[in-house]
Structures are given as C-alpha cells and as structure tokens.
Design a protein around this ligand. Structure first.
Ligand code: ADP
Length: 260
C-alpha cells in the first residue's frame, strides 16, 4: 500500500519562471497498516478472552442470587467454578501486562550474568506440583560447571517456565519431559525441552508465537493457558538475541530449543 503525495517546488531563480516543478513522493505504508491491523486484532482478542470468563462469572452470581440461593451444595460448586474463572482472568491480565512491559523495553539489552543451571533447577522445582498433577516427570540433564549467559534473570525464568509447563501440559501422561542444557564452550549455549506428546502439525509451527494462537480449540478448552505464553517467550528471546527453534513429529513429540 502506497501513499502518493504531489507537491509543487519553488525553484524560482534557478529555473526559468515559466517552468513548473513538482515532487512526487511515495511512501510504503503496508507495514504500518499491518501493525495497525495487528493491534486492533489484539485488542479484539484480548477483550473477547476477558469477556468469556466475565460472562460466566455474572451468570453464576445471578444463579446464586436466584435459583441456587438455598442449595448449599450447588453454591459450593459454583464458588469453585467462579474461583477458576477469576484465576483465569488474572492470569490473562498478568500475561497482557508482561507483554506490554516487554514492548516498552524492547530496545534495552539485558545485562545480568545469569547461570542457567540453578535457574533451570529452580524452574523445575516450581513446576513439580503441576507435573505431578498431570502425571509427567521432569528430568534435567545439566553439564558440569556454570553455564552463563548475559540476560535478565526474571525473564529467563519466565521463558523456561512457559516452555517446560507447555511440555507438561501438551506432553504424554506417564512419560518424561526432558530438559537438556548444553554448555557453550565450542558452540552456542542451548536449552532443549523435549516432550513425548502428540506433536504439532507442521502448518501450525510458524504461527505458534502469535498472540492468542492455539493449535486446536480443544487445547483452549481443556488446558489451562492464555495463548500468550509463546508470544511472551518470543519477545523475551528477541531482547536476548536468542532464537527459538521448534522441531515436532506427529505421534512422537516436540522439542523446543532456545539457542543463545
Ligand atoms: P497456551 O496458553 O495455550 O499454552 P502458548 O502460547 O504457550 O499458549 O502455546 C500456544 C499453543 O501452542 C498451545 O495452545 C498449544 O496448542 C501449542 N503448544 C505449545 N507447546 C506445545 C507442545 N509442547 N506440544 C504440543 N503443542 C504445543
């Protein structure tokens, strides 16, 4: 998409007075239009995601004020559902805030020296309860010595929390989720997270880091999540000048690698 502008130029004294000169300027605004469309899609998606749990909360409140007023068992059950919906909304708002904070500091390079070994061990410990609940075991493969990268500790925790949590959620019950940390003496530092889940069809892989992108409707219904996790991961890794590499085989599993 181009915007065309025609402007007269005054070069009197340089060219004869009878000569009329014009400048034609073209500006490519396709990228601006695309960003504009992405922003309005994003606002529409975010509003929709917030509206769904809100509508459900209102419905349950009305039921508790009316038909379920004197049914303690129903009220107890509804309170549980309402709690889950409120939790879902606060998770969504937290993720939206994370994304907007990351956008604000996109141009500042992170500069802490971070040892990935204790960081990954800490993330694993925090995810053990979820892994137990989902029936998977997280196993770490860490090399000797420190594995240091330049980064932001809290953001890197967020990256590995998201990737390991996804491997647990979308992996196979009763199987391992493995995390391999490769030391970067001769080659780049790499962290790979491997699950034995059903895998991701190839056509979805390039779109995984889009905001609110989920591979199937079933994922958004059955698995807790906001569809923003991998978008946050991508923003953080871009700031760290690191790459996210996805390899997936249907029926075998998925490997997400962070290469610093
Ligand atoms: P969500 O909150 O839905 O987990 P993410 O941005 O973290 O959002 O992931 C986007 C989608 O990518 C998920 O909904 C799921 O469909 C797919 N996905 C992510 N990780 C995996 C994985 N390890 N195996 C299979 N599918 C995955």
């Amino acid at each position: 998409v181009f915007i065309l502008r025609v402007a007269p130029v005054d070069l009197s004294g340089v060219v004869p007075p009878s000569t009329k000169l014009y400048v034609l300027s073209f500006r490519d605004v396709s990228e601006l239009r695309r960003i504009d469309r992405m922003r309005s899609d994003f606002v529409a998606n975010a509003s929709h995601e917030l509206r769904t749990p809100l509508a459900s909360l209102r419905g349950f409140i009305e039921t508790m004020q009316g038909p379920a007023r004197s049914d303690p068992a129903a009220r107890e059950r509804f309170l549980g559902i309402m709690f889950d919906q409120a939790t879902r909304m606060s998770r969504l708002v937290d993720d939206l805030l994370s994304l907007s904070r990351l956008e604000l500091k996109a141009h500042i390079a992170p500069d802490q020296s971070v040892d990935l070994k204790p960081l990954i061990a800490h993330v694993r410990d925090a995810l053990v309860p979820l892994a137990d609940e989902l029936g998977v075991e997280i196993r770490l493969h860490l090399p000797e010595g420190k594995v240091e990268v330049l980064g932001d500790r809290d953001e890197l925790v967020q990256v590995f929390e998201n990737l390991i949590e996804n491997a647990c959620k979308y992996g196979q019950e009763g199987e391992l989720v493995e995390v391999f940390l490769k030391n970067g003496t001769a080659q780049p530092v790499e962290v790979s997270i491997v699950d034995k889940g059903p895998g991701i069809p190839a056509e979805h892989v390039p779109r995984l880091t889009e905001r609110f992108y989920r591979v199937s409707v079933a994922d958004s219904r059955s698995k807790k999540g906001t569809g923003l996790g991998l978008a946050i991961v991508k923003h953080i890794l871009t700031r760290h000048r690191a790459r996210l590499i996805v390899k997936s085989e249907i029926g075998k599993g998925t490997e997400f690698t962070v290469r610093f």
